[in-house]
Ligand binder design. Structure first.
Ligand code: NDP
Length: 284
């Protein structure tokens, strides 16, 4: 079997086009969505991500405000800024680029973003709402994964899904969203026994480990849909996924590439959340 590629470029362009159309409709009603992105410090990867988010906003017709703060910013200063943005009616979404410098408590900052402006979907209120199936902002990476699986036409319902990774931003919410789509879900992590056996039983395999080439060909069930969330910088300076792509292509029915896969969808889903935030805040 030679897997078909789930092309993040094509799919994310579709999602962004949807966000652009929704933005245009909001603008006709006098509402221009606006995303505020806060970047603290000089982390090179974070700078790239923030530039990408500003470009995506521009592409979709969404206003963006990028606020750059120095590395030595205190927690109190950052919380004050988040508070100001929370009170600013022109700002619909607030995103604080992670990681933050060591002197700042990430949780305290995320908690300070009001749930209705938490377009990353990381605040406890949004996480709780997702868990009980109430309207909320879905975290962008897992939501992008679901959209990629659905794009294959493979029904999720009734399938056996295995998620490797249990972080709050990827693994756990990916598992919850698959469960909400009626998959039978197993979450694996660093203490999981018989990982290989579990993975090779999966119709849908989501890898969010953070280790290049972690998922080998023998861990993949023939015909599985493989979603590779991992972004790992190799010694060759290139980006690699968590999945041994060449080997997986021989076994899977569909697979996402790295780069050009989940990362692009994460960016696109943020645009959708921002538009949704603007609509909700204006009762539209
Ligand atoms: P974390 O480091 O927070 O979580 C990694 C998870 O993998 C943990 O749950 C850990 O288990 C598990 N794990 C580690 N080693 C093993 C092992 N040997 N066997 C089984 N499980 C293992 O990472 P994130 O969830 O934040 O990110 C995962 C990957 O996804 C990274 O490469 C990251 O860069 C990428 N990423 C990509 C995004 C995108 O847009 N494409 C967005 C966010 C992340 P345990 O809990 O037991 O420690």
């Amino acid at each position: 079997m030679q897997a078909q590629i789930i092309d993040g470029k094509i799919l994310s362009a579709q999602v962004k086009a949807e966000a652009a159309a929704e933005t245009a409709a909001l603008k006709e009603k006098g509402v221009t969505p606006c995303l505020a992105v806060i970047l603290v410090g000089e982390d090179p990867a974070s700078q790239v991500y923030v530039r990408g988010k500003a470009k995506d906003c521009h592409d979709c017709g969404i206003d963006s405000r990028v606020i750059r703060l120095p590395e030595e910013t205190t927690q109190a200063e950052l919380l004050k800024l988040v508070g100001e943005l929370a009170a600013d009616k022109a700002v619909n979404g607030i995103l604080v680029q992670l990681p933050l410098p060591a002197q700042i408590d990430e949780k305290a900052v995320i908690d300070a973003i009001p749930p209705e402006k938490d377009v990353d979907g990381f605040s406890p209120v949004n996480v709780g709402r997702m868990q009980i199936g109430e309207p909320c902002f879905l975290p962008c990476t897992p939501a992008g994964c679901i959209r990629m699986i659905e794009s294959t036409g493979t029904p999720i319902e009734g399938k056996r899904a295995v998620v490797i990774g249990r972080s709050n931003i990827v693994g756990k919410p990916a598992a919850l969203l698959l469960l909400a789509k009626n998959a039978t879900v197993t979450i694996c992590h660093s203490r999981t026994a018989n990982l290989k056996e579990l993975c090779s039983s999966a119709d849908i395999l989501v890898a969010a480990v953070g280790k290049a080439g972690f998922v080998t060909g023998d861990m993949i069930k023939p015909g599985a849909v493989v979603i590779d969330v991992g972004i790992n910088r190799g010694e060759d300076g290139k980006l690699h996924g968590d999945v041994d792509f060449a080997a997986a292509c021989e076994k899977a029915s569909y697979i996402t590439p790295v780069p050009g896969g989940v990362g692009l969808m994460t960016r696109a889903m943020l645009m959708k959340n921002t538009v949704q935030a603007a609509a909700r805040q204006n009762g539209l």
